[in-house]
Every structure is written in structure tokens, then in C-alpha cells.
Design a protein around this ligand. Structure first.
Ligand code: NAD
Ligand code: USQ
Length: 415
């Protein structure tokens, strides 16, 4: 079997460290990326907190430091089907790792234009990849980055299973039959909706064409560096902190470093699932190395290692840094409070040894947030996207454009 792997979206936050990890593990990695994420930074007028290098400099630095080549292909997978197919036929990869989607929920809710862009980028992109695999006639394992958000975050009291649910259905008087179904989709943004549409595409191509697919339902990724990105400053990974692309824990770390109150939306009673970026890269290597057999149903893993409420996270960060916590009116339409339990047995059984918040937070604050805090543009911290027209009208009419709901700061100690 070839050792070639294509990493679609390999210039992004998860894709870059994963490409390096796979290359370090001996795979011949080709990155495919249309650099749309870098263009969106320009459009939003913000930049990664860490000074990321251009893709050409990144791969040259990797070659210099390790001697290993990574090649780069500037292909838009949603529109350049033929270029994608040609590359697949030339490289004959054993696996394609697919990160190449617009991944920010707030950006996907910003306007009609962004909703349409998110759907028109993500769904045709995934479909083109599946279609190209079938057209190539090759047996290629597709490893896709999905999201915990496909399930919604309310779990009816059970631990969210890894993709499938057994249900009993009444089929006649006193007669029940048991079925296995995909866990019901409950997306909370246009972005999350595209991931549930992806899941149906996988279901179809897996049954119809025996395409081997692993769909990784990943939680919110935190952290920045991995053992590979830390080898040289030119390999540094992206760190988003702005109101659209910054994810909550990394935002809190940056806010603490620059002396901004931690921005909790609503009550902070929302529970979410988390994973460190090092574990993202490890999980993907494990997924590449453990493909489902031909003819097996789509393999689904829950790729998350711990769950917390946002308030718990804020208190952890505040305890380490002395930051203030502040509550803002929620720009999203989501449950104010929820419990979330997830199953993640499969990766643990394959040998994943997770990095926990308790071992990783302090290093992240010192090595990344403190080191690069002078690059933060504080005007980009507040969220500018809302989920509904009503929320956006309320915000326009509000005397406090940032929507500060409670003006008191809450220190960790009071917590
Ligand atoms: P990112 O935006 O940093 O990276 C995505 C990369 O894909 C970018 O480099 C972008 O230029 C590229 N891309 C987008 N559309 C493309 C297209 N049509 N053709 C070619 N390249 C394209 O995002 P990320 O944080 O690295 O996320 C990667 C994947 O992981 C996404 O699919 C996301 O849904 C999923 N995920 C991310 C997180 C997280 O917390 N970051 C959590 C769960 C799941
Ligand atoms: N939140 C705050 N304050 C902030 C930012 C966010 O309270 O400053 C809250 C949000 O309201 C939400 C939660 O934190 O309740 C998570 O928001 P987020 O921006 O960290 O994460 P989310 O929008 O869910 O999206 C991220 C990634 C996405 C991935 C998803 C995994 O951007 O690509 O799919 O995490 S999951 O959440 O498990 O679905």
C-alpha cells in the first residue's frame, strides 16, 4: 500500500500540525489548500495571534529542519474537481484527510452571503472528494473532520454514542423491532448543518460504492503547538482569537494575557466537549492507521477528551491568571444551559493518552498568549455575528454595542 496521504485543508489550524505529524511518522504528505482561510483573515481585518508563515515558507522550513518533503497544491476542492481527481490519480494515496471546510459557526451566520458561501464551499467540496475517489477507481480511505455539534448538545440523559443509536420501534401489536440509526442530527448553525449534510453523503457513497470512510466528530480544539510545530518558529501553528474564528478556550487564554475580561456569552452554563490540538493530530494518525474494512459501514469516532461548562473553563483560566470574568448577552441561539456526556472509548482503546486542561493550560498561557499578546487587536475580540435578525436589530438598538448584559466583573475567587 502506498504511504502517500493527501491532507485537504493542510494549511489550517488542525491541518498544518496534522500534516507535520503524518510526515514525521513516515507518510509522504501532499497538502491541498486554496488558502481561503488566509483570505478571510484579510477580509475580517485580523490575523492569527501567532505569526504564521506563508505556506511555501512553512514547507521549506519543515524540509530544512527534518529533511522531509511536503508538497503543496493550491486547489479549491469545491470548484476544481478535475485538478483534485488528477492529483488523486497521480498520488494514489492510501488516505485522504479532509479538513477543507469553512469551519466558524459565527462566520456562517454573519449574513446571507456567508451562509451561502459556507454551504456552497463545504457540501460540494465533500461531494467532490467522494466523487473523485469513486472516479479514480482506487481504494482510498477518507478521514473527515466532523464535529460534536452534529448531535446538538442536549443528550436526553444518555452519553452520546459514537455515531449510531439502537432504537426499538413498534411494528405491530405487542411487536417491536430493533434498528441501528445514525444518532439524530441537531445542528445549531449553518456551519454545523453542512457537517450533517456531509454525513449523509458519506452514508450514501459508503453503501453504494464501498468507499471506506471515518468521520471524526471532534469537539472544540484548544492549544496551539505540537511536538512538530515547536521545532522551529517558522513552523508555528495558527491561533485565532477574533469573535468569528477564535474558539472559546483559546479566546479566554488570549483575553487573560491582554487584561481583557473573559467573555462568557449568556450564563456560561453551556457544556461543550474539548480536545487539545496535539491530540487532534494523534487521533488522525490513529484513524489513518485503523481504517474500516471494505464494505464496513462509516466508522464514527467521538474525538474529544473532556467536557466542561464555559463557566468552569473561565474559572480555571481566571484562577491561573487573575483575569476578570464578564457575562455578555449571547449573540447565538443556543440552550442557555445543558449537560453533555459523551462516549470516546474507541480512541482511548487505540492508545490515545489525552492532554488534559490541567496539564496544558499554563504552558499555553506562558508560551503563546503572553509571548504574542502584543499582536492582539482588541477591537476584534467582541463578536460581530448574531444568529437571528432579531438579535442583530436588538444589538443595533442597544446603547452598549458589545451587548454587555451584567456590568459586574466576577473574580475567580468569588466563583
Ligand atoms: P481552518 O479554517 O483553520 O482550516 C481549514 C483549511 O481548509 C484552511 O486552510 C482553508 O484555507 C482550507 N479550505 C477551506 N475551504 C477549502 C476549499 N474549498 N478548497 C481547499 N481548501 C479549503 O479550520 P480548522 O480549525 O483547522 O478546522 C479543520 C476542520 O476541522 C474543519 O472541517 C472543522 O469543521 C473541523 N473542526 C475544527 C474544530 C476546531 O475547534 N478548530 C473542532 C471540530 C471540528
Ligand atoms: N462562547 C463564549 N464566549 C466566547 C466564545 C464562545 O461564551 O468568547 C461560547 C459559545 O456561545 C458556545 C461555546 O462557547 O456556547 C463554544 O463556542 P466556540 O466558538 O468555541 O465553538 P463552536 O462555535 O461550537 O465551534 C468550534 C469550531 C467548529 C467545531 C466546533 C466543535 O469553530 O469548527 O465544529 O467548535 S463543537 O462545538 O463540539 O461542535
Amino acid at each position: 500500500m502506498s504511504d502517500n496521504v493527501l491532507v485537504l485543508g493542510g494549511d489550517g489550524f488542525c491541518g498544518w500540525p496534522t500534516s507535520l505529524r503524518l510526515s514525521a511518522a513516515g507518510y509522504r504528505v501532499s497538502i491541498v489548500d486554496n488558502l481561503s482561510r488566509r483570505r478571510i483573515d484579510e477580509e475580517l481585518g485580523c490575523e492569527s495571534l501567532t505569526p504564521i508563515r506563508a505556506i511555501g515558507e512553512r514547507v521549506a522550513a519543515w524540509k530544512r529542519v527534518t529533511g522531509r518533503p511536503i508538497d503543496f497544491h493550491p486547489i479549491n476542492i469545491a470548484t476544481d474537481f478535475q485538478a483534485l481527481l488528477d492529483l488523486i490519480e497521480e498520488r494514489r494515496p492510501r488516505a485522504i484527510v479532509h479538513f477543507a471546510e469553512q469551519r466558524a459557526a459565527p462566520y456562517s451566520m454573519k449574513s446571507a452571503e456567508k451562509k451561502r458561501y459556507t454551504v456552497e464551499n463545504n457540501v460540494p467540496g465533500t461531494h467532490n472528494v467522494l466523487c473523485a475517489i469513486v472516479e479514480s477507481g482506487l481504494d482510498i480511505h477518507l478521514v473527515h473532520l466532523g464535529t460534536m455539534g452534529v448531535y446538538g448538545y442536549g443528550t436526553a440523559g444518555i452519553a452520546v454514542p459514537e455515531g449510531y443509536l439502537n432504537v426499538k420501534v413498534d411494528v405491530g401489536p405487542n411487536r417491536q423491532e430493533e434498528f441501528e440509526i445514525l444518532y439524530p442530527a441537531h445542528p445549531g448553525s449553518v456551519y454545523h448543518t453542512t457537517k450533517t449534510l456531509d454525513a449523509l453523503l458519506f452514508y450514501f457513497y459508503n453503501r453504494n460504492d464501498n468507499v471506506r470512510v471515518t468521520d471524526l466528530h471532534q469537539g472544540i480544539v484548544w492549544g496551539t503547538q505540537t511536538p512538530e510545530t515547536i521545532l522551529d518558529d517558522d513552523l508555528v501553528n495558527r491561533f485565532d482569537y477574533d469573535g468569528d474564528y477564535g474558539t472559546v478556550l483559546n479566546r479566554f487564554l488570549m483575553q487573560a494575557a491582554v487584561g481583557h475580561p473573559l467573555t462568557i456569552y449568556g450564563t456560561g452554563g453551556q457544556t461543550r466537549a474539548f480536545i487539545h490540538i496535539r491530540d487532534t493530530a494523534r487521533c488522525i494518525q490513529l484513524a489513518v492507521e485503523n481504517p474500516p474494512a471494505i464494505g464496513e459501514r462509516v466508522e464514527i469516532f467521538n474525538q474529544a477528551t473532556e467536557t466542561h461548562t464555559l463557566l468552569e473553563l473561565a474559572h480555571k483560566v481566571a484562577t491561573l491568571t487573575g483575569a476578570d470574568i464578564r457575562f455578555y448577552s449571547n449573540p447565538r441561539k443556543e440552550q442557555a444551559e445543558n449537560t453533555l456526556r459523551i462516549r470516546n472509548r474507541k480512541f482511548l482503546e487505540l492508545g490515545l493518552n489525552p492532554t488534559t486542561l490541567d496539564d496544558g493550560l499554563l504552558a499555553e498561557i506562558v508560551e503563546i498568549a503572553e509571548r504574542h499578546k502584543n499582536r492582539c487587536d482588541r477591537s476584534k475580540i467582541y463578536p460581530s455575528s448574531t444568529w437571528t435578525r432579531e438579535q442583530s436589530l436588538d444589538r443595533e438598538g442597544s446603547r452598549t454595542p458589545q451587548g454587555v448584559e451584567h456590568s459586574e466583573d466576577r473574580r475567580a475567587a468569588s466563583g
